[in-house]
Design a protein around this ligand. Structure first.
Ligand SMILES: Cc1cc2nc3c(=O)[nH]c(=O)nc-3n(C[C@H](O)[C@H](O)[C@H](O)COP(=O)(O)OP(=O)(O)OC[C@H]3O[C@@H](n4cnc5c(N)ncnc54)[C@H](O)[C@@H]3O)c2cc1C
Length: 376
């Protein structure tokens, strides 16, 4: 690609989307530089919960389901490879997802039948056997194949694996503007000069539109959507399933820690936490799981999801600038969608035939049929 010693591809943003894209492109033989404003994997990709399925997955368009399924099938091998080559085990665990809401049972069952996805309805006794710690309000939907991953570990392992594979990672350096010459992206301007590359991929999460606007370029409608989460300390196996009820959920980690999420807030780029959210999340956990009544709160944080209309990410080329690509806007599902999104953008950049029709995620794709950014 670029023949002058510059990289073939510059990836801007070192979250899970940028790290995986960079790794994928490097493994296809490209010389790749990744530019990260601060430390890699410390924004939404750190703050998220790591459930490897959209919540209420039947509400999403088929395009998102297809991307999720591709990722889900790749995750076990990916987790192994990250543990082996990145030295950090991200603890992929098939916990199953127990959904205590049954109002949309018909739609859920229809969606599952169409896609041959495992989804059962459990009666009260079966719910109690499935997750004895849960105080369930009645019947539930059960998706036994849903897994989780410890996303902060995944990001750490991926950074090491990508670097070991030859991705040049530059941290503490912000891309101030996309450098464009003759209608073609040629790199990014930083305070220490221009980092040049044959192609530029923006994977800057919630900050993607801001970077494009600062560059004087058309920007997709990707907006920050704040999510708060608390972390409870408990003993292993106190809770063993991911449990979802009215958009709140618990995720039990192997070491007994339990994540409780999450809020959906419009607060610009403000990552502060609030007492009201802490109380609401704690109240949910204690009401649904009496065994957590005395579990101490070990952490409370907020992250900024890259919210795109309908939760459908922008994966593809920028409509106005040659050699400029986007992989951003994964909203609530950036962890589960990351491997397939990285594969798809690599296919697009390398002009390879892909596993999915790339037009489903391009700039003009229809994003109206899916749930709005504010819904679960
Ligand atoms: C509370 C919460 C719970 C969630 N739970 C889940 C879940 O269970 N399952 C799931 O699949 N998803 C979940 N998500 C969503 C998921 O975390 C995100 O969709 C995903 O992490 C987005 O990844 P990203 O790489 O696009 O963005 P980020 O991880 O935010 O990474 C973007 C990176 O770009 C860098 N950057 C920005 N601008 C620049 C610049 N100009 N120059 C250089 N670098 C720049 C940033 O510093 C950052 O490191 C959750 C999110 C939150 C907040």
């Amino acid at each position: 690609m670029a023949g002058d010693g510059a990289a073939d591809c510059l990836v801007i943003g070192g979250g899970l989307i940028g790290l995986l894209s960079a790794w994928e492109l490097r493994r296809a033989g490209l010389r790749v530089v990744l530019l990260e404003r601060a430390d890699t994997g410390r924004e939404a990709s750190w703050a998220g919960g790591g459930i490897l399925s959209p919540l209420y997955p039947w509400r999403y368009p088929d395009a998102v389901t297809a991307l999720a399924r591709r990722s889900q099938s790749r995750y076990p091998a990916l987790a192994d490879e990250v543990a082996r080559t990145g030295g950090v085990d991200p603890e992929w665990t098939r916990s199953g997802l127990l959904i205590l809401d049954t109002e949309e049972e018909a739609a859920a069952r229809d969606w599952a039948a169409r896609g041959r996805i495992a989804l059962d309805t459990l009666d009260e006794d079966a719910v109690a056997r499935c997750e004895p710690a849960a105080q369930a309000p009645g019947r539930a939907l059960w998706m036994p194949e849903v897994a989780q991953i410890r996303n902060p570990r995944l990001a750490r392992g991926l950074r090491a694996a990508a670097a070991a594979a030859g991705v040049r990672i530059i941290e503490d350096r912000e891309a101030l503007r996309i450098a464009v010459q003759d209608g073609r992206a040629v790199g990014a301007e930083t305070r220490d000069g221009t980092v040049r590359a044959g192609r530029v991929l923006v994977a800057a999460g919630a900050w993607t539109a801001a970077l494009l606007e600062a560059s004087g370029l058309a920007a997709p409608p990707i907006e920050p959507v704040r999510g708060q989460m608390i972390l409870l300390r408990s003993r292993p196996h106190t809770v063993s399933r991911i449990v979802l009820h009215r958009s709140r959920y618990v995720i039990p980690r192997r070491d007994g820690r339990i994540l409780v999420g999450s809020t959906i807030e419009t607060a610009g780029f403000d990552k502060s936490t609030t007492e009201a959210a802490r109380e609401a999340l704690l109240g949910f956990a204690r009401e649904r799981f009496p065994a957590l009544a005395d579990a101490p709160v070990e952490g409370h944080w907020a992250g900024l999801r890259p919210g795109a209309p309908g939760g459908v990410p922008f994966i593809g080329n920028h409509p106005g600038i040659n050699g400029l690509y986007l992989n951003a806007g994964h909203f609530r599902n950036g962890v589960v969608l990351a491997p397939a999104s990285a594969e798809l953008i690599a296919d697009i950049i390398l002009d390879r035939t892909s596993f999915l029709d790339p037009s489903l995620f391009n700039w003009e794709a229809d994003r109206t049929g899916a749930p709005a950014a504010g819904s679960a």
